[in-house]
Design a protein. Structure first.
Length: 160
């Protein structure tokens, strides 16, 4: 399986509308536009997920919808992708998709860095809108090979 991990795009700052928690935050207009260009970069390098699993939080769901519009795939919100995801939960998600050749997972920090480290041993920080690609012959810890780190600037440049 090819696994692509993507951090959500730039979201609105916590403020009066979100005073009761972090969950309602949405992408800013600029964050959505940057994400559209980053998604075009994913399309330019041939990313074609069959499934896009996303945190159900608005900023992730919006990011995943933008990516799906650019590269296709079936969108699946999954509560296990919420902030605080344990790497074992990502493995469980992968196990639940046998036969899928390419899965894209849209989530939060530091969860994505933790999952990537558990799967590959690589320590990579994710910027908002950035991605990492993993060759994963089996859905288990330590089985993956990091094949690409794609910061958001690189993805947007690839779209040109």
């Amino acid at each position: 399986m090819e696994l692509i991990l993507v951090r959500h795009g730039v979201a609105e700052d916590p403020g009066p509308r979100t005073r009761w928690g972090d969950e309602p935050r949405e992408l800013t207009a600029e964050g959505a536009e940057r994400m559209r260009r980053a998604a075009a970069g994913l399309a330019a390098i041939g990313v074609a997920p069959e499934v896009i699993v996303t945190s159900p939080l608005p900023r992730c769901r919006q990011t995943a919808e933008i990516i799906r519009a650019a590269v296709g795939g079936t969108l699946e919100p999954d509560d296990r992708m919420r902030p605080g995801m344990d790497p074992d939960e990502l493995v469980d998600i992968l196990i639940g998709h046998p036969g899928v050749g390419c899965l894209l997972a849209c989530g939060h920090q530091p969860d994505l860095s933790d999952a990537l480290a558990a799967l590959t041993g690589a320590l990579v920080p994710f910027r908002k809108g950035g991605a990492a690609m993993v060759d994963l012959p089996a859905p288990r810890m330590g089985a993956g090979t990091l094949t690409a780190v794609l910061p958001p600037k690189v993805l947007r440049a690839l779209a040109r």
